[in-house]
Write a protein that binds this ligand. Structure first.
Ligand code: AMP
Ligand code: ZN
Length: 114
């Protein structure tokens, strides 16, 4: 995908503040952070939305959550807590159409989300 912002960060065509990487996923700080920790975890494979998931993405999706766990631990959030979010399409305000898991923490959050 030549026109995808997150593919370009993956390919180092545009800079990203990368905090974690393995064969399946890449994680970088959100450019518009909403909390002391706000990290986006993306699959290296371009998948536009959750609606595009297929059976063969099962491992990739698991890798996203294992990365979230590892990063949360590194950030010292495991005990205090954190939130993981996928936004899908317009009502959820998805703006970048390469799926990404928001890892948000470091402050007390409210529920329900806005
Ligand atoms: P979403 O609304 O779920 O699609 O989230 C997209 C996120 O990407 C937002 O939180 C943006 O702040 C973030 N974002 C947009 N451009 C960049 C960028 N170049 N580097 C890091 N994060 C970005
Ligand atoms: Zn992409």
């Amino acid at each position: 995908m030549t026109d995808c912002l997150f593919c370009k960060i993956r390919d180092r065509e545009i800079p990203g503040d990368i905090v974690y990487e393995n064969n399946h996923v890449l994680a970088f700080n959100d450019i518009n952070s909403v909390a002391p920790t706000h990290i986006l975890i993306i699959p290296k494979e371009h998948i536009p939305t959750l609606n595009d998931l297929e059976e063969n993405h099962t491992q990739t999706m698991g890798e996203l959550f294992l990365a979230a766990k590892a990063i949360a631990s590194k950030e010292g959030l495991s005990d205090s807590g954190y939130r993981t979010i996928f936004n899908c399409n317009e009502d959820a305000q998805q703006t970048v159409f390469h799926i990404h898991l928001h890892l948000i923490g470091g402050r007390k959050m409210t529920w329900p989300p806005g």
